[in-house]
Design a protein around this ligand. Structure first.
Ligand code: ADP
Ligand code: MG
Length: 707
């Protein structure tokens, strides 16, 4: 959308004063900035507050930006020609500071002299133990006016590169160009992209004002207003795209109709269900029944904290499919988890006359051939397995439902791959995850999925007690572990295994194992080890021994993280806990607390913790609520680092910050929904601009259109 009058902004940067061909070329190469519009869309990543002044006495931090008001006391130059440098002594009422210029000394020499009142701004350094500013910005206070209002409020800081820096395109250089473009800007150069009714409803500033102010805000209030406006547009556009996609998918993608709740569902419910379902489980099952009854493909994310009982919800959905003549498949991320699901579900299924099979890379030969044949014939009701389930030439007779466990990363592409396994109508899809993604993030990441939340734990679970401790108390820890083992409980001891330092981590794990062997001697105690570098058979063997209660302690890496269920294990010791992220710690802790006894999680940490690590430990010790933890995680790490979101293009936000802008996000989603409900094709004249937002040039990214 290149509105008339804005052609100027699409011009090459060489049209801007002070930008020659060399600089323009460099900006293209290093920052993908081609036009004036691109330059304006290169927002500052932070601001330096130049509304505040400090005094010499109160500045200490090396490298901090400081701004002071005072008098030049002394000036002298040393050296000649290119070696010439200028020294000055600056003073305010609290002390003195030296200023130094290595470049441009000759030019400065002419203006700077003792007695001059100035404002200086720069980064604090120490030179011969003296507080020093090298190359400070210097502003002469005009003694003839009493006007203290200065143009500089918050000063923008732009990202730069080494190459750019060396050619004078450091943050100052970039600021100068941006300033130049903005000084020539007219209202019509930046046409409005949101309809007036939205601007009024949410009290948003115009795009023109916002773009100007995001670069050169006078104060924090103006900056906030600009940010709010741009963040709203960004989030609104994102939500609009997602909702639009979702409604068109629903319109286009037919789905199988599961109209019967029949024999198998009821038999299982009456005879096999060992407990009463929680309210949350019932609600989610109802949501699934509704989804699968209307003839539109279901795409549902079921989120529930560890131990909230997602598996049974999946099983009930599978039985619904069976009752309506369809096969299902269930995928898990690891062999261990898949086989655990299989051993539990297949037994129950056998008892009610249904057949489940297991498929993974390790199932080979005749057995594999038989399973594939029977699937094709429709003799297998449920296939449980790893990725092999979609990677392989697996053909179903009538695949009606796909369940993806513990894989919120399972992306749109993989889902599409699954659909190809079906005929003209795709199977219903249910993705289950215990990685507690904050609701708001789920909304943005999975805005095109429907979301169910199991927000209730089965009754009579005792909250896990979490404590943090250090090596000094290891003897005490060991005697506690012994007392738990004496009560018949089992223990996990988990070590971090981070790829880059895999060798070192593995030797940590082995050292820990050796030490435990010393403290817990055979044959009285049995200790097992599991880690990712072991052969799958050996891993399964060790895992199985622990599941059967034959080992007291299982030393492992995070391979046991996902979904594994050993109700008798009641203690989780996490070594080097400071090296884990919050959601991973929470996931690990979720391996215990599955039985009726009191469970414990012990976080072993080093002595020196960073502030963030300390905070993580505090949060873990203070709550068991996965959603609270996810929110805190988001705050501590920022959305870019939440597990599984790193590669998501959806999160490449320019202005909005999902941790901070939750309210804006919710408002944007709500209004986007209302607008699409009232005007699904966006044909109303009031929504002309919104239609353009949706049709926007994707490659240029969100907010990628001005001029
Ligand atoms: P997750 O949501 O982590 O996948 P699971 O489905 O593995 O949780 O369930 C955890 C444990 O809770 C299992 O042992 C399961 O049998 C049990 N469970 C599930 N639902 C209930 C319920 N409504 N009442 C009692 N126990 C339940
Ligand atoms: Mg599970």
């Amino acid at each position: 959308m290149h509105a008339a009058g804005s052609k100027k902004l699409m011009e090459e940067l060489t049209y801007v004063k002070g930008v020659g061909p060399a600089k323009a070329e460099l900006l293209k190469k290093e920052k993908q900035i081609f036009t004036q519009a691109d330059m304006l869309l290169d927002f500052p990543f932070r601001y330096i507050d130049r509304t505040q002044f400090q005094t010499v006495k109160e500045i200490f931090d090396e490298g901090a930006h400081v701004q002071l008001k005072g008098v030049i006391k002394q000036v002298n130059t040393t050296g000649v020609a290119r070696k010439k440098r200028l020294n000055a002594i600056f003073a305010d009422e609290t002390g003195t500071l030296s200023l130094i210029w290595f470049q441009g000394a000759s030019r400065l020499e002419k203006v700077i002299r003792p007695g001059l009142r100035v404002i200086i701004f720069g980064r604090l350094g120490f030179f011969n133990r003296q507080k020093t500013l090298a190359h400070p910005e210097l502003e002469i206070i005009d003694p003839t006016t009493t006007d203290n209002k200065r143009k500089t409020g918050l000063q923008p800081v732009y990202s730069s590169t080494e190459k750019l820096n060396s050619r004078g395109l450091d943050t100052r250089g970039i600021r100068r160009i941006t300033q130049e473009i903005i000084s020539k800007l007219n209202v019509q150069d930046i046409p409005e992209t949101l309809p007036e009714y939205l601007l009024n409803k949410f009290r948003l500033t115009s795009k023109f004002e916002a773009i100007k102010a995001i670069h050169f805000p006078i104060d924090n209030m103006q900056l906030e207003a600009a940010r709010k406006r741009l963040a709203f547009e960004e989030l609104f556009e994102m939500q609009l795209q997602m909702l639009f996609r979702m409604t068109s998918r629903k319109k286009l993608l037919k789905g199988y109709v599961f109209k019967e709740v029949g024999h198998y569902f009821n038999t299982y419910f009456n005879n096999e269900l060992p407990f009463e379902l929680t309210g949350a489980q019932k609600r989610v099952i109802k949501e699934i029944r509704k989804d699968t009854s209307v003839g539109i493909q279901m795409n549902r994310l079921v989120q529930g904290d560890v131990g909230s009982g997602k598996t049974i919800v999946a099983v009930m959905a599978i039985l619904l499919a069976v009752d309506n003549g369809f096969q299902s498949c269930m995928m898990a991320p690891t062999e261990i988890l898949a086989s655990q699901h299989f051993s539990k579900i297949s037994e129950q299924f056998k008892r009610i006359g249904l057949r489940a099979e297991f498929l993974s890379g390790t199932v080979k030969g005749k057995k594999r051939k038989q399973i594939l044949e029977d699937l094709d014939k429709g003799d297998v009701n449920l296939l449980i397995g790893t990725h092999a389930v979609i990677e392989d030439p697996v053909v179903f007779k009538s695949l009606g439902l796909v369940i993806i466990d513990e894989q919120h990363r399972f992306g749109v592409e993989q889902r599409a791959k699954l659909w190809k396994k079906a005929g003209s109508i795709p199977p219903h899809v249910m993705v289950m995850t215990a990685t507690p993604i904050p609701r708001t993030l789920a909304m943005t990441l999975y805005g095109d999925l429907d979301i169910s939340v199991i927000d209730e734990l089965p009754p009579r679970r005792k909250p896990i007690k979490t404590t943090q401790t250090r090596d000094k108390y290891r003897a005490r820890l060991n005697s506690f572990l012994k007392s738990e083992i004496a009560k018949g409980r089992q223990i996990y001891v988990v070590y971090p295994l981070i790829e880059e330092s895999a060798k070192l981590d593995l030797s940590n794990l082995n050292d820990g194992y050796e030490a435990l062997l010393g403290q817990f001697p055979r044959p009285q105690y049995q200790i097992g080890v599991v880690h990712g570098k072991m052969k799958p058979e050996d891993k399964d063997y060790e895992m199985q021994r622990f599941v059967e209660g034959r080992t007291n302690i299982l030393v492992s890496t995070t391979v046991i993280e996902v979904g594994v269920n050993v109700p008798n294990a009641s203690v989780m010791v996490i070594e080097n806990a400071e090296r884990f992220g919050l959601s991973q710690l929470h996931q690990l802790r979720g391996r215990v607390g599955r039985g009726a006894e009191q469970s414990h999680c012990i976080l072993m940490t080093g002595y020196k913790l960073t502030k963030v690590a300390r905070k993580r430990m505090e949060i873990m010790c203070s709550t068991n609520d996965g959603f609270v933890i996810a929110d805190e995680d988001l705050k501590l790490r920022g959305p870019g680092e939440i597990e599984g979101t790193r590669q998501s293009g959806d999160l490449e936000l320019k202005v909005a910050n999902l941790a901070r802008d939750i309210e804006i996000l919710q408002a944007a989603r709500k209004i986007a929904k209302v607008i699409l409900e009232r005007d699904p094709e966006l044909t109303h004249p009031d929504n002309l601009l919104i239609k353009k937002l949706i049709e926007g040039d994707k490659k240029r990214g969100l907010l990628g259109r001005i001029g």
